[in-house]
Design a protein around this ligand. Structure first.
Ligand code: SF4
Ligand code: SF4
Length: 197
């Protein structure tokens, strides 16, 4: 069997100056230099927080009415609509003096299963469940990502401190968030112990 030998030569530039690569290196340096004076798009997180749009689909919250009671009537529309099957509700008697027949004794969302599609928010007839711009979820165990009713109400309590205009924004009156609602898990825990139904 004969072997064919192919001679390969490195591609060369058109002139000797091309072969020194001075011009491409100079062009690269000029580009770097031009960017030195452009506006920086660097966010110094966590000192600086990004302000996300009001319709951002982050961590859930269970909202309260003007008397501080959870709005949820345990109709299970949200869990029925949920494509990830990550909402669990146990309904009990309304227990209040209004016309409410039921309220959730237990309400859990598994935030690890959730795909943050927002279908639960769309399905809710009471505006009782909503989503925040919280996306920096971090915890140590899978169980920590199962948000029960108290935690979800705690998220609302913490969120509403930062965005008292929440209802107006929801109704489209304010199109922009003026500040970020970054808060920590311990903020939520504190809110949970401070208020509750
Ligand atoms: S955002 Fe989507 S996946 Fe997450 S709980 Fe709601 S309906 Fe389910
Ligand atoms: S959050 Fe809304 S849809 Fe879900 S059970 Fe409560 S009232 Fe029904």
């Amino acid at each position: 069997m004969s072997i064919t030998v192919k001679n390969v030569s490195l591609p060369r530039g058109k002139s000797w100056i091309d072969n020194t690569y001075v011009i491409p290196v100079f062009k690269g340096l000029m580009l770097t230099f031009r960017h030195l004076f452009k506006r920086k798009d660097v966010l110094r997180y966590p000192e600086e927080k990004k302000v996300l749009p009001p319709n951002y689909r982050g961590l859930h919250m269970l909202t309260r009415d003007d008397q501080g009671r959870e709005k949820c009537v345990a109709c299970e529309m949200c869990s029925t609509a949920c494509p990830a099957d990550c909402i669990r509700i146990v309904a009990g008697d309304g227990g209040w003096e209004d016309s409410r027949e039921k309220h959730p004794v237990e309400f859990e969302i598994d935030e690890l299963r959730c795909i943050f599609c927002g279908m639960c928010v769309e399905a809710c007839p009471e505006d009782a469940i909503d989503m925040t711009d919280m996306h920096n979820l971090a915890d140590y165990t899978r169980e920590d990502f199962i948000y029960n009713k108290e935690r979800l109400l705690g998220v609302y309590d913490e969120y509403i401190k930062r965005h008292p205009d929440h209802a107006k924004r929801r109704d489209g009156v304010f199109k922009k968030m003026m500040n970020s609602s970054y808060f920590t898990v311990s903020d939520v825990e504190k809110a949970k112990h401070g208020t509750g139904h």
